[in-house]
Write a protein that binds this ligand. Structure first.
Ligand code: ASP
Length: 588
């Protein structure tokens, strides 16, 4: 028997017991005649003590143990004289009578403690050592809890967990597919799923009624910070439902996860249309933990002789509370430089300060009277000591820029507390997005998304401009400005799906070729259906108040999409290539 107890469970009540523990040597200290070892396993750390006077041989052997050696000890539990209140086991120690080394260890390349000296790359190379560290381990255990509670909630709501295949035909979700060559079908390829989208819809045709899966998805995208080429979704689909049913069900799931794991009540989630979100926050995933909503000032600021505003399509600002007195000219100038950086791309920024004594100071004071500026303040709801920051330009661009500025001000003023959670449903997205450069439509969500029932008629009869105005029954779940998930009511009618493919630029042959199986299934009694997928890695990170998803994934890839521990991707044997009927153009 390797152990009678874990390293996390012994307490004062166990004093006098004879126990056997196994674990890793976290640290050891020699103090005169005594040697102390901290023994660690997943459950905690227990102090071991060896006494030179009582057993010199045993004590000498203990002194030779290095960090991360795996040992087994037997001894009796004793109350400590100097207790460690920071450790659950801190009241006791084990007086060791028997020590066995189960395995030696090289000196670890970084310290295995909460704060480590190991850089990212080194930690990833020795991920198995990194996972021994509490902060990483906690996140992985947390993830397991979220998965378990998800399964509990969805099972209790009649969802069935079904596995869908990983070797499939490509599903267009807007990203590139990872491709797997088929050996027995030379020259042919599978794709790894970007999501189980078509399969879950087929499960609805198959009468499964409610499906879910905690599933790996693969997208070969250029890697931005915190995107992983393989990631996990809580993927769901329901038959005979309206949008309302889906929002209720997944609002319920989200509430359940926060309640059962974090003991937090999220309350009812507000909803906002896509158009409203863009107008009020310049973003389809607004962070509503704080205010500073956009105030459009065209009617008050244009045609008063200030050319920059006169030439702009949109003049729009935010009202920053309580900062008029505090914000110096230097800080304002810095902010102007900040919005002018290429990442933001604004040409400049106008400010209006409503000072505590009732006076007004503005960078455009020459062009506008105090009376006029007061009207701006009135429209923005600005009080004494508030400050307007105003950008202008083309509508879409200036909204994006002001969104960045609003978030930056939120950060600077400490209004984005990671422990405060503000969920939001963004609804009524456009069905299609016109790509001016490529002169074609893209599906705003994906090609299987249904237009709103009230828009179907217009979709069949309307002209090009009409297509731009079609609304979809699509929705996103946003928490604290992060898109946690999205979904839609699907098309379940062959003719409507064909029409959508056509608008998206598929010829009938291409549509048949790629999606014949789905179009065919729609002819065998496809029920009305819809669903959603939540980004599981991101949800876990968000719940823990973290922005990085990396440590919520046991074995993540780096920014180049590499696993540096196992060295993947890597070249393959010429023999393997031949077997797969592949010839390379590049030498790796
Ligand atoms: N398949 C979609 C996605 O991965 C989610 C959905 O529409 O259910 O974003």
């Amino acid at each position: 028997m390797y152990r009678t107890n874990t390293c996390g469970e012994l307490r004062l009540g166990n004093a006098g017991m004879e126990v056997t523990l196994s674990g890793w040597v976290q640290a050891s200290r020699d103090l005169g005649g005594m040697t102390f070892i901290d023994l660690r396993d997943r459950y905690g750390i227990t102090q071991l003590v060896f006494n030179m006077e009582e057993d010199a041989d045993l004590c000498m052997r203990a002194r030779k143990l290095g960090r991360e050696f795996v040992i087994q000890v037997t001894g009796s539990v004793r109350e400590r004289t100097s207790k460690n209140p920071n450790r659950p086991t801190g009241d006791v120690e084990i007086v060791v009578s028997n020590l066995q080394t189960l395995n030696a260890s090289n000196v670890p390349p970084f310290t295995i403690e909460n704060e480590t000296d190991g850089g990212e790359e080194l930690r990833m190379k020795y991920r198995y050592l990194d996972i021994r560290r509490n902060p990483v381990q906690e996140k992985i255990i947390f993830r397991s809890k979220v998965a378990l509670e998800t399964r509990k909630y969805l099972s209790a709501s009649n969802f069935i967990e079904v596995e869908t295949p990983c070797l499939i035909k490509s599903t267009p979700e807007g990203a590139r597919d990872f491709i797997v060559p088929s050996r027995i079908n030379a020259g042919q390829f599978y794709a790894l799923p970007q999501s189980p989208q078509t399969f879950k819809q087929l499960l609805m045709v198959a009468g499964m009624d409610r499906y879910f899966q905690i599933v790996k998805c693969f997208r070969d995208e250029d890697l931005r910070a915190d995107r992983q080429p393989e990631f996990t979704q809580i993927d769901c689909e329901m038959a005979f439902v309206t949008r309302e049913d889906i929002l209720q069900t997944f609002e319920g799931l989200t509430q359940h996860l926060f309640k059962s794991i974090l003991h937090l009540d999220l309350g009812t989630f507000p909803r906002m249309s896509y158009d409203d979100a863009m107008q009020r926050y310049g973003s389809d995933k607004p962070d509503i933990r704080f205010g500073m909503e956009f105030v459009e000032l065209n009617d008050l600021a244009k045609d008063k002789g200030f050319a920059v505003f006169d030439d702009a399509e949109l003049v729009v600002g935010i009202c920053v509370p309580d900062q008029a007195e505090a914000y110096s000219n230097k800080q304002l100038n810095d902010l102007v430089e900040w919005v002018k950086r290429p990442q933001i791309g604004a040409k400049g920024m106008v400010n209006v300060k409503f000072l505590a004594d009732g006076s007004i100071k503005s960078s455009v004071g020459k062009f506008y009277t105090d009376e006029q500026l007061k009207e701006w303040g009135h429209k923005a709801g600005a009080g004494a000591n508030d400050m307007l920051l105003i950008l202008s330009g083309e509508t879409d661009k200036v909204r994006k820029q002001l969104n960045e500025l609003r978030l930056e001000m939120g950060n600077r003023l400490g209004l984005r507390d990671p422990k405060v959670y503000k969920p939001l449903w963004v609804v009524d997205f456009a069905l299609l997005e016109w790509d001016e450069e490529a002169q074609r439509f893209h599906a705003m969500h994906h090609p299987f998304t249904s237009p709103k029932a009230t828009d179907i008629e217009r979709m069949f009869s309307g002209d090009h401009e009409t297509m731009k105005s079609l609304r979809a029954d699509a929705y996103d779940l946003v928490i604290n400005g992060v898109e946690i998930g999205g979904g839609s009511i699907r098309i379940h009618d062959r003719k409507l799906q064909e029409k959508n493919f056509k608008l998206l630029g598929f010829t009938p042959e291409e549509a048949e070729n790629q999606f014949g199986f789905l179009l065919g299934a729609f002819e065998y009694g496809a029920p009305p259906h819809g669903g959603i997928a939540l980004g599981f890695d991101r949800l876990c990170a968000m719940m823990k108040g973290e922005t990085s998803i990396r440590d919520f994934i046991a074995f993540p890839k780096n920014n180049m999409g590499k696993d540096v521990m196992i060295d993947a991707p890597s070249p393959i044997d010429p023999e393997q290539l031949k077997e797969l009927s592949l010839k390379l153009d590049v030498r790796p």
